[in-house]
Every structure is written in structure tokens, then in C-alpha cells.
Ligand binder design. Structure first.
Ligand SMILES: [Zn+2]
Length: 255
């Protein structure tokens, strides 16, 4: 059984003490690739050193995370776009709108989101979208690019069924992780309606660990727990969910 963790911050300091062990545990339980979303210009070096230590396994993206959009965001974007001309990245991410932590830079978040989507379309790369308390804003921006060949994923999806259908119709996949194992998240009912053909698996590690590790450090080997939970929800085998979501990830990220 092959699985891909489409969203892990394995390069963060949370893994400095035991990164080799964490990657080995994931590889040993069938996780063949671990896709790394970037955060800002300061995280790139750590991310690229994880790529060189685990070549072909840990694959980097480039982008400015919405919670890192501050006064200096335009120079950040310049730096990141310049890097994208010198190194191979599999996606533009993570990008989007976050109104949960801070609304101060909403205007700048919108500008950065639009600019990075245009960049992704020019580079023929998918986008990895972070949306927190911001579905109306995210969809209004995505709408502007409808029909322009944009594809991507709504990572750590937490919307309702209408949001899910809208995203899928726009060519997006839903990134499903630990939240689907949380009691009362309601996400189980939504994915049951969408079916596995619209889903890709992710941990968002070190965050959002699935039950029974909720609240602890998350890691890519737990992608097996997410896969198992989805198999239960769909009433099918783990192998089947793994095969379908693997095909979805492979196609979306041109792996
Ligand atoms: Zn993330």
C-alpha cells in the first residue's frame, strides 16, 4: 500500500531532534512521498535541506503563508518568486486567507493570494490553499481565476458540503487529515457525500494530529490512520482508499 502525505512541515524545529526517525517511520508504513508547503522566506533553507537529506521523498513547494503576510509581504513575494526560477518546486503553497489569527492585513492577504495564483498559473503549478474563517474571501478570489486552468487543493478542509461541491467543481481536491477523526467535526458526513475521488491525504504535521494522538505532535506515519478512517467511512478497504487518493495526489502534483 502506497500513501502520500501531501502536507507536512517536517522541516520545522519540532522535528530537529528525531527527523530521521520520523521520516523512516513514515516510509516504513508505506508513505512514499512527503510534500512540504513553505511558510515564508525564512523557512525555505530548512525546507530545502530536508529535501536534500531525503531526496525524492520530501518534495518542496514555494509560497507565502497568509499568516506571514505583513508589512514586508511584497519583498517576501519577490524573494520567493525569484527562488522559484532557480529551483524545482512541485506547487505554490501554502497560500490563501487566514482571518482566524489576525484580520489586520486582510487587504494585503488578498493581494498576495491573487499574485501567487497568477504566478502558479504561469508556471503551470497547482496551488495549496490555506483557508481559515475565510471561505467567502477565498472563493471570491478563486472565482476570478475560474476557467484559467487553475488546479489545487483546499488544505485541511473544514467547510460545509456547499463549499466542498464548489471547490470540486472548480477543479480542486479536498485535503483530508486529522480533523476527520475528531468527534463532531462533521467532516465524515461531508466526505461520504463527495466520495474518495475528490480527496487527497495530508497530516499538516506537526499540527492537527489524529485521534488517538490529538493534541500531540503529528507526523507523516499517521497518514495510515487517516486512510483507515476514510475506509471506515466509505465502507471499503484501506487498499482501495489508498489507491484512489494516491492517484488523485499523483495527478494533482504531477508526481
Ligand atoms: Zn500547513
Amino acid at each position: 500500500m502506497h500513501l502520500i502525505d501531501t502536507h507536512t512541515h517536517i522541516y520545522l524545529p519540532e522535528f530537529d531532534a528525531d527527523r530521521d526517525e520520523v521520516v523512516n517511520r513514515a516510509v516504513n508504513c508505506g508513505v512514499s512521498k512527503m510534500l512540504m508547503p513553505n511558510i515564508d522566506s525564512q523557512s525555505v533553507d530548512q525546507m530545502l535541506s530536508a529535501e536534500s537529506r531525503y531526496p525524492g521523498v520530501c518534495l518542496p513547494m514555494i509560497g507565502l503563508h497568509p499568516t506571514s503576510v505583513r508589512e514586508d509581504y511584497l519583498s517576501q513575494l519577490d524573494i520567493l518568486e525569484n527562488m522559484a526560477t532557480k529551483h524545482k518546486f512541485i506547487a505554490i503553497g501554502e497560500i490563501g486567507i487566514d482571518l482566524y489569527w489576525d484580520k489586520t492585513f486582510l487587504k494585503e492577504q488578498l493581494i498576495a493570494f491573487r499574485r501567487q495564483i497568477s504566478f502558479a498559473i504561469n508556471k503551470h503549478l497547482p496551488v495549496v490553499v490555506h483557508s481559515r474563517e475565510s471561505f467567502p474571501e477565498v472563493f471570491s478570489v478563486l472565482d476570478e481565476f475560474d476557467g484559467k486552468g487553475l488546479k489545487g487543493v483546499l488544505h485541511a478542509f473544514t467547510g460545509n458540503i456547499n463549499d466542498a461541491v464548489k471547490a470540486i467543481n472548480m477543479g480542486f481536491k479536498l485535503g483530508i487529515g486529522g480533523i476527520v477523526t475528531f468527534k463532531n467535526s462533521g467532516l465524515d458526513k461531508i466526505v461520504k457525500e463527495t466520495g474518495p475521488g475528490s480527496l487527497i491525504l495530508e497530516t499538516d504535521s506537526p499540527y492537527l494530529a489524529p485521534v488517538p494522538y490529538r493534541g500531540k505532535r503529528n507526523e507523516s506515519s499517521y497518514i495510515c490512520i487517516i486512510n483507515k478512517k476514510l475506509a471506515e467511512i466509505f465502507g471499503t478497504s484501506e487498499e482501495e482508499v489508498a489507491a484512489i487518493t494516491l492517484a488523485n495526489s499523483t495527478a494533482l502534483f504531477n508526481l
